[in-house]
Design a protein around this ligand. Structure first.
Ligand SMILES: C[S@@+](CC[C@H](N)C(=O)[O-])C[C@H]1O[C@@H](n2cnc3c(N)ncnc32)[C@H](O)[C@@H]1O
Ligand code: SF4
Length: 390
């Protein structure tokens, strides 16, 4: 079987930089990201801390071409262009930049304006990921968003006027949502002609306002069957529109995939800076302290905000590569797995679990590629448990 374009070389997983900006204008009731509300963070101080942590991490990281930078959050569209530029300038000093470097900025339609987009572009951002979440005003209100549909579409127009590559996030499996309504909403989103869409199933996370509402009985998410139908509709409608899933929640025209996220899913190295950011550098895992104030204080005192840096044991690395790689439609390349993990993919799988999941049509193993089928991707955690012998 021919592997999907761009994945022939098992050594091409890329090298990325993730920058976590933890600030938002308000907290959405479903969100358990490391995001906090603040009036005016001291951007000069934040820029200085990012650069300092980057310099510290770079001193122990391989000097290889940087292929992607991702400003995630939180709401990084609230970053001053000078803050973005400080990080990008430092990255360019510390690593050679790949000629097609991808630089993504996450943006909230309730926290953007065109001038800021233009200055972000001038600072080096070349891809925008816009958190639209829904195209329905009642749903946006229920999700506690700061913007309505018209504002989201206006922000999208602005973004497309400035950036060649724009993606939108939408959330499905919302309370009361039917597969028919979602199919219509998705068709409308696809008709906008974007090359990339992130389509997340709503998860109700402990510690969020939605979690409390679920407990109180004031919020009822779709039952399991409806959620499965919504996932299936997502696969069918996007594939028919030429933007099939390349990962569980991500859909793109071939060639328009988010290269930064592919680094994670293919098991590549990336530096992670900012509160709560994770990284993978030369076989070790890094994790920054989550609290923004503690991170800032630690970076200023000692040069990095790391809470931990540990060498990954081969078993942990193998599990991680399975967890990440099977999310991708392309699956896991056995040669890449061996390069990254130091042992054969076949030796990392439980033979009985593999035979069973193949028989059940949940995974396939064609030549060098181990893949989850669409049915397998819909119940990935159970598949991985079986493959690991559980
Ligand atoms: C960091 S946010 C994107 C930028 C910006 N903060 C915003 O919300 O517009 C990342 C995305 O994660 C998704 N997300 C966050 N919490 C979620 C949840 N509980 N269930 C499903 N998707 C979620 C949303 O689609 C959101 O756009
Ligand atoms: S969904 Fe986005 S805007 Fe809302 S709280 Fe989370 S990170 Fe902030």
């Amino acid at each position: 079987m021919t592997p999907p374009a761009g994945t022939e070389d098992p050594g091409d997983e890329g090298f990325g930089l993730y920058v976590h900006w933890p600030w938002c204008l308000s907290k959405c009731p479903y969100c358990d990201f490391n995001s906090h509300v603040i009036d005016q963070p001291d951007q000069t101080r934040w820029a200085r801390a990012y650069v300092r942590e980057l310099e510290t991490l770079a001193a122990t990281a391989p000097r290889r071409p940087l292929t992607s930078v991702f400003f995630g959050g939180g709401t990084p569209s609230l970053m001053e262009p000078a803050t973005l530029a400080a990080v990008l300038d430092a990255a360019a000093r510390l690593w050679p930049l790949a000629p097609d470097l991808e630089v993504t900025l996450e943006a909230n339609p309730g926290a953007v304006d065109q001038v800021r987009f233009a200055s972000a572009r001038a600072a080096g951002v070349n891809r925008l990921s816009l958190g639209v979440q829904a195209l329905d005003d009642a749903a946006l209100r229920a999700l506690g968003r700061r913007h309505d549909r018209a504002e989201a579409l206006a922000a999208l127009d602005h973004a497309r006027a400035v950036f060649d590559r724009v993606s939108v996030d939408l959330i499905h499996a919302r309370p009361g949502q039917t597969p028919e309504a979602w199919a219509a909403e998705l068709a409308e989103a696809l008709a906008l002609g974007l090359d990339h869409l992130s389509l997340y199933q709503l998860t109700i996370e402990p510690g969020t306002a939605f979690f409390q509402a679920l407990r109180d009985g004031t919020l009822t998410p779709p039952d399991e069957d409806t959620a499965a139908d919504l996932f299936e509709v997502t696969q069918e409608v996007t594939a028919a529109a030429g933007r099939p899933a390349y990962e569980v929640s991500n859909h793109a025209r071939p060639g328009a995939e988010c290269r930064h996220n592919l680094v994670y899913w293919r098991g590549g190295d990336y530096a992670g800076i900012g509160p709560g950011a994770h990284g993978r550098l030369g076989g070790s895992a890094t994790r920054c302290v989550a609290s923004p104030a503690a991170w800032l204080a630690r970076v200023e005192a000692r040069g990095d905000g790391l809470a931990a840096r540990e060498t990954l044991a081969p078993d942990d690395r193998a599990t991680e590569l399975l967890l990440m790689g099977l999310r991708l439609t392309e699956g896991i390349n056995a040669a890449r797995f061996e390069l990254l993990c130091g042992r054969a993919l076949a030796d990392s799988l439980d033979p009985a679990g593999l035979a069973e999941t193949v028989d059940l049509g949940l995974v396939t193993w064609d030549g060098p590629w181990l893949r989850a089928t669409p049915t397998g991707r819909a119940c990935l955690n159970a598949v991985i448990r079986r493959l690991a012998g559980g």
